[in-house]
Design a protein around this ligand. Sequence first.
Ligand code: SF4
Length: 207
Amino acid sequence: MKPIEKAMTITYPVRTGLYINLTNKCPCACTFCLRQNGSGAYGSDPLWLEHEPSVEEVIESLKSRDMSQFTEIVFCGYGEPTERLPELLEVAAYIKEHIKLPVRINTNGLGNLIWKRDIAPELEGLIDTLSISLNATTPEQYLALTRSKFGIESFQAMLDFAKEAKHYVPNVVMTVVDQVTSKEEQEVSRQICDEIGVTLRIRPLES
Ligand code: SF4
């Protein structure tokens, strides 16, 4: 196994988005997670952090970027962004006030289990898009893929969060990874999304 490389890669560009690597904490250990095999993503510097960045460090990193190069800012790194919800909301408020680009969170949708409360209302006015990893079509399959520390209740909690978030976030999208789901599973995923009233996106496995 390769040694883990660490750095303070707080922001990193991905296509036209500027991504924020807020944390390395995550309640899951997904079988397909980039963290299983690497140190970075999309050719970035290592995303394993030397320490969890403060709000001030994130804002400094944002200030060092030429924002004319980007069309959105995305909370997505080597961890689950809602693990640091207070800091995430503070940074999102800064972006809304000073940068004025749309803000997305790529999340596993388990924030309510992490915080033991309904966090969806706190996202209102600060987050424009939520991209939630649906991953699977049954609680058992979800648990096998994500190895969530919250166990079998994780799948339903993630679906409940998606349904609730629609009331507070303009765009809620759920995703499955093309290479780890069959066409039949993708069809069931589409039905799940239709029932919840959100859009399904089938995304390629990232490397
Ligand atoms: S939820 Fe995301 S960061 Fe956490 S293990 Fe799964 S893919 Fe990786």
